[in-house]
Design a protein. Sequence first.
Length: 228
Amino acid sequence: MVPRQQGPGSGFGIVTQGYDRLGSAYEEWSNTLTSSKREMHTEILLRGLSPGSQVLDLGCGPGQTLQKLAEKFTVTGVDISETQITLARDRVPSATLIVAEMTSASFPAGCFDGVAAFYSITHVPRSEHARLFRRIYRWLRPGGLFVASLGSRDEPGSIEQDWLGVPMYFSHWDAQTNRRLISGAGFELLRDVEEATEEDGQPVSFLWVVARRPAGSTLLRSSGGRMR
Ligand SMILES: C[S@@+](CC[C@H](N)C(=O)[O-])C[C@H]1O[C@@H](n2cnc3c(N)ncnc32)[C@H](O)[C@@H]1O
């Protein structure tokens, strides 16, 4: 799967180049963050799904979450940055790892029991978010869980010129719109919590969501068996 819009001016191109250049510096920085929400939401999958479940991590980065999930599940990681995927492969050799842009990744309908997306969807242009939520819904089996950090403030799309030393693209909806889009995709929103933290002295806030594809929902397979 080839990331699309890789020109230097595109949001996806900026994100790819940024995380490729950051390499292991992203993980070193993320280890300094004080929020425990990522671990808490990883734990929700670990407790909520059966051993051997199929779990997808969208924007897996260097694979810290994948490593925890792999203790109990069969895991797949997707990331737009080849460098981050290489780091994840070194850390979790058992994982299936794919270099791909998440909104153009393709998986069979109903093939995952759980999907995680921590600190990654906020790098995707927000005009794509509703469609991405619908695709995640289709990739989940009925009863499957989606855990993610989303934006909680309105950010139509901008480039921060010096984010950890590289230009970086961010785009997201406010919390209320995110709740509406998640429900609009068909999910039951089980939990949504806003958390404001500091990143390098700057206030940043996320909406942490736990959503479920309703157990009674109908699994529709496309003719090719893959839902795009
Ligand atoms: C802030 S890091 C988060 C990494 C990891 N989820 C974590 O919790 O530490 C964001 C990751 O998402 C990836 N990413 C950003 N936009 C993406 C996209 N459109 N498709 C796939 N991966 C993307 C980046 O390359 C990066 O590795």
